[in-house]
Design a protein around this ligand. Sequence first.
Ligand SMILES: N[C@@H](CCC(=O)N[C@@H](CS)C(=O)NCC(=O)O)C(=O)O
Length: 742
Amino acid sequence: MALLWTCRRNVIGRFVNKMSLKGRLMILSSNSYYIQPITSFATHFTCSQRSVPLNFRIFGRLPQNVVRHVSSSNSTSVSRAIVYSTEDISTKKLPLKDSSQLAGPTALNQKDGRVWFHAGVGHIHDDDSGPPRNGEDKVNSKQMVKAMLSYVWPKDDPDIKKRVKLAVGLLVASKALNVSVPFLFKYAVDTLNVSPDGNILNLATASDTVLTYSVALLLGYGIARAGAAGFNELRNAVFARVAQHSIRKIARNVFLHLHNLDLSFHLSRKTGALSKTIDRGSRGINFALSAIVFNIVPILFELGMVATILGFKCGPEYAALSVGCVGLYTAFTLGVTQWRTKFRVMMNRAENEAGNHAIDSLINYETVKYFNNEKFEANKYDKSLKKYEDASLKTSTSLALLNFGQNAIFSGALSMIMIMAAHQISAGTMTVGDLVMVNGLLFQLGVPLGFLGSVYREVRQALIDMQTMFTLMTVDPQIKTKPNTAPFFVTPANAFIEFRNVSFHYVPGKPIFQDLSFTIPAGKKVAIVGGSGSGKSSIVRLLYRFFEPTHGEILIGGKNINDISLDDLRRAIAVVPQDSVLFHDTIQFNVHYGSLDRPMDDVIEAAKLADLHTSIQTWPQGYDTQVGERGLKLSGGEKQRVAIARAILKNSPVLILDEATSSLDSITEQNIVDALRRATQGRTSIAIAHRLSTVMDCDTILVINGGRLAEQGTHNELVSDSKSIYARLWSTLQGLNSIKNS
Ligand SMILES: N[C@@H](CCC(=O)N[C@@H](CS)C(=O)NCC(=O)O)C(=O)O
């Protein structure tokens, strides 16, 4: 099984040309791996793909490091990730963890306070969308059908119900016309063949009426055929809206549900895999619905009609034979399709493997050349191609067997029925027209049956895809608003924050905070500083209720945040994150996102306050300029100012700046600091910082160490105590600055 990588959104796609080379991630065994420094000419930190039954996930923040994510051809399993780093990652052995313990911060490099990863390992899951967690029970087929029907027959949508009724009516009409076709043909043949007295007709002496009658019947035959096809297409068109509307509603509900799930759920899942789950799940619904409505139900309906007609017109043995034939045909088709599905799976796997290998090899073009390994690479690629070739041959030959078997069963039954009919014709109890009719009825039934195996295979796949999607819907958010929570409005006057004996961990046994207590008065500017891994950003995550403390309370405006609705709480807090990720839209959209109902004038005002307006005006399309995927067309400073403008526009009483200037150069930083100074005016603000120069003017600085509040005071108070952690951090910073300037 392929080794999978997950790089969270905030580490993907940040690319810098400055490369100082790091190491190779080596999987040593099923329970350990390490980062091995690699040779001097190599230019990247790479993960070699190995076939181990593990699902390796890596995600985290790399403030000045850059991860370039290279995904394999099917894009859900990422075979390789390249990390370009400006910092050194030392060799370090790390124990593998169970996937259920994911998200524990594992600092790869603690010394400069920059690089950290969250890493964990677990078993591979078929659906790629991560391990199941509490509350995520697989839904069964009955529940899925029930869920699907609730969308196809919605209680509150009479228009959709009307369409379903119309589609059913059209289905009946189309099948009725279809079945009438062999009848009309029978009467035409009998008219041309049998005289009214029951003897064989001599066409040379037959009256004009015979010809006129038979022509009319054959005309009716043509009209009935066209009518059946017309009703069929009309039914498709009428039902298409029902299916598409259901898919839209389901996809929207799943999407909204995903947004309501908590951060820990999203950290343990691959974003790409989640969107694929919705995509495949909704396509699955479309397929399953279409197959049921356009294929399975019509076949059963037609079989019922044909069996009834044959039973009444020709005798029960005819009905039994046709039902028996369809039963045998179905059993054979399902059995063989089940057996041969594994060849298709092998074929797809080999195709992916070949694609992955081709990509991996071409990405490593230089390395291949350094070691003259072109032939080795070609042979490796050829091995995957050979697997594909073998599987593909098995798929084709098994298809031939399936087609032949289906034909043999159908032809056998058809000829038996014809022989029975021939006997009755010779006995004078049936006409030649009857034989033609029996033949026509069975032949028409055979057309949709010709795709039964494919429909069965696709429906099974659709059910699996739907199951993954519907199972997602059963996941209960771990963090939610308590029922009957009264509205609570945080205002600038009551926006004081208190952490009361808060303890917290991501992974049991690795505490982030132990009994952490501090208060942030309303309207004050407070900085939180501390070394790497001290949990500075976790304070924001707890306050924003992305995670719950394991012990203690967090209060805002004197009220426990658990007693405030998530909406009220989050409305009260604006965050300028360290990594500002932008939507692939215009700059105006991205700033406006801070508060979508504010007018354009406010957007411009916020951009001015964030020192962004002047830059925007120099761009060719001004506010309509597209920022590119994840804001790639903007510099780090510009993106950060967009984040500040958004936060200003949100106009919340609490503003959190999570290392908002960490990845900026000094000139940009100064502009941003000025913008931030304007943004924090009149609000309670919390600045998480490791650059102490940006927090000197704060009213209070809280120093976090060992999961507790170690020191507290103004910059001058803390620096004046030479033994304080802050004073040591400050002097280290001063030392680094003087080295930089010399
Ligand atoms: N008669 C067979 C084959 C029908 C068929 O030709 N299916 C198309 C797709 S609609 C196909 O390409 N099948 C390839 C395969 O089953 O390997 C059945 O009932 O499944």
